[in-house]
Design a protein around this ligand. Sequence first.
Ligand code: GN1
Ligand code: MG
Length: 352
Amino acid sequence: MSRAPVTVEQAAAIVPAFDVEPGCVEPLGRGLINDTFAVASPQGAFVLQRVHPVFAPEIHLDILAVTEHLARRGLLTPRLRLTTTGAAWLDREGEVWRMMTRMEGVSFDAVQAPEQARAAAYLLGRFHSALDDLEHEFVGLRTGVHDTPAHLRRLAEAVAERPEHRLHAEVARLAEAIASRARSLPSLASLPPRVVHGDPKLNNVLFAAADGPGARQARCWIDLDTVAPMPLAVELGDAWRSWCNPRGEDEQVAHFDLEIFSASLRGYLEGCTLALSKDERQALLYGVEWITLELSARFAADALRESYFGWDRARYPAAGEHNLVRARGQWSLHEAVVAQRAAREAALRAAC
Ligand code: GN1
Ligand code: MG
């Protein structure tokens, strides 16, 4: 089962370990994985997080290298605050905590206008390009994060292991559809790795304001636990599955917005100075098909296991019910994306 959530008091007790006075500590954000708090103190504004054990503590060495490089290249980025002993993370009774500077800005769960997605994409292009000459051996890699066959295996295992689960029949049906679709998509293996964000959904980018022109001005990328070398098609597939589905992750029937897709593709190519190979460009067509399928499999497996993704206690009776809605939402998005393959291909041909 998931770990007990952290209380504000517990979080406040951690703050001095980062040489910060625990001024005001409040829960922050809607992340599904880490426990997150905002800290306002005389030393400045920070984000304190209890890091989920899915991440190796060594990711902080990767975050350190990536954020230093981004800052050198003139991009805004949160920076790690070291502990009083100079460490990049704190190990307290077996739990990993880290503190980063809190960036000003507003996040959105759903794209409000194509221009907003264009801005996020432009900044993602700059992010990737700035990291092109980073010389760093990644040490905290969450191996298998986008190993789709492994996610499909875990879903099949969950279905086999939980026949008594109240949602078993529904998940089993979905799992079968997912597995059969996976057999028909072309493989993305053998694409070159690029240093990317790793979880570029819309609410991981901060905008200058909640409305007006500032809502179309992307300031910086946050939530850097997943920075890693991986194919661009996977990264942009993950971005598009989030940006082009304005209904968000909690709706069973999704919609893939082609206008947002085209606007963000153009924005990305404006911000990106990487020399992309023909294979990398062509693979952009299938990345979003794979990612929607993979995330559907991950949510479906957790509908039975009820142990990984955070869930909304106000709207659902239990984690399983929330994750089943999300799994169906991503499946529906996958179907929409496949149905629009020809239109996406035309947009890609026009832009690349
Ligand atoms: C998780 O924690 P959060 O919400 O930024 C997940 C991503 C999924 C996303 C779906 C480490 O990200 O992979 O795309 O939920 N992160 C991890 O909302 O599993
Ligand atoms: Mg997040």
